[in-house]
Design a protein around this ligand. Structure first.
Ligand code: DOR
Ligand code: ZN
Length: 351
């Protein structure tokens, strides 16, 4: 008999976009009812570049939570003019858990990103010194590089040298999409990890072109060939602590995606844990889901695992076609697992 209920230590989302204002109010509950903590991306329209910005944004999130037990973990958006002292202040104040490197123009609201890593060397050196992790959007923006090769070229041109030049810097290669990225992380020195999204585990690039152009399957880094999806699945279910959960849930209005120049981003918060459970079950690895969702990320960030639990149940979960003005990931599909709710504290040992 397959299991019908699965109780996990409550998971954390180590990479999410919660936006701001009305959109924040609309999407936050989907993350906060499932995940105990989340690393909140700083790519607001006016990016979160100072400790003051991060603290104010955290307050807006906390005011929006409405009763859920949820802790937002804040990041700073690095620019060409980021100041090492500001970054250190963020770390020392406890407001900032990591800094995010967006190569300039790589993705949504990345216009103010870093044009050349050479410009942030003093910041990286300080982060290395104090122990603040660097979160990386790993794509080059060189228009001569094929869009499907941007991650692999980023490894060669930027990430491999960076990891070597700052041997003590902790780095999360966010939302990896290729077999090469998986291999890079696996073969790297200590302190290098990666997040993996539900969508990159479930779709390959064909999903964008199924019977016509499908903007709701478009995100960055873009989904790659099937061989890469299979490598990501293998990494996620491997139990290796370097690979952990990060949804990259990235809400946009449907109209902004169904456009002549549609936004990148997949809104998966409403389905994320059901989707991960489905993938792990398909891979015969449900027993390793908790490692990926609830242990490995906390260990990387040096945080305790959560004491409360999340209960998933095997029951058809029909994903709505729309949620407000948005189209969620897997809209209209039915998943075999759904979130039943939070459970109480575990009695077992803290692993
Ligand atoms: O698809 C994406 N959407 N990738 C990103 O890196 C950013 C995100 C967003 O903020 O919409
Ligand atoms: Zn993201």
């Amino acid at each position: 008999m397959p299991e019908t209920r699965l109780t996990l230590r409550r998971p954390d989302d180590w990479h999410v976009h919660l936006r701001d204002g009305d959109r924040l109010a609309q999407v936050l509950g989907e993350t906060a009812r499932v995940f105990a903590r989340a690393i909140v991306m700083p790519n607001l329209e006016a990016p979160v570049t100072t400790v003051k910005d991060a603290a104010a944004y955290r307050n807006r999130i906390n005011r929006s939570v409405k009763g859920a037990r949820f802790t937002p973990l804040m990041t700073l958006y690095l620019t060409d003019t980021s100041d090492p002292d500001e970054v250190e202040k963020g770390y020392r104040s406890g407001v900032v858990i990591a800094c995010k490197l967006y190569p300039a123009h790589a993705t949504t609201n990345a216009e103010h990103g870093v044009t050349d890593v050479a410009n942030i060397r003093s910041v990286l050196a300080r982060m290395e010194k104090v122990g603040l992790p660097l979160l990386v959007h790993g794509e080059v923006t060189d228009p001569d590089v094929d869009v499907f090769d941007r991650e692999v070229v980023f490894i060669e041109r930027v990430l491999a040298p960076l990891v070597k030049d700052f041997p003590g810097l902790r780095v999360v290669f966010e939302h990896v999409t290729t077999a090469e990225a998986v291999a890079f992380v696996r073969e790297s020195r200590e302190g290098i990890a990666a997040t993996i999204t539900p969508h990159h585990l479930m779709i390959n690039r064909n999903a964008m072109f199924r019977g016509g152009f499908r903007p709701h399957a478009y995100c960055l880094p873009v989904a790659k060939r099937e061989v890469h999806r299979l490598a990501l699945r293998q990494a996620a279910v491997s139990g290796e602590p370097r690979f952990f959960l990060g949804t990259d849930s990235a809400p946009h209005a449907a109209a902004a995606k169904e456009s002549a120049c549609g936004c990148a981003g997949i809104y998966n918060a409403p389905v994320a844990m059901a989707a991960y459970a489905t993938v792990f079950e398909e891979e015969g690895a449900l027993d390793r889901l908790e490692n990926f969702s609830s242990h490995s990320g906390a260990a990387f960030y040096g945080l305790p695992v959560n004491e409360d639990t999340l209960v998933l149940e095997r029951a058809p979960f029909a994903v709505p076609e729309r949620l407000g003005d948005m189209v969620p990931f897997l809209a209209g599909e039915t998943l075999p697992w759904r979130v039943a709710g939070l459970g109480g504290p575990t009695r077992g040992p803290v692993l």
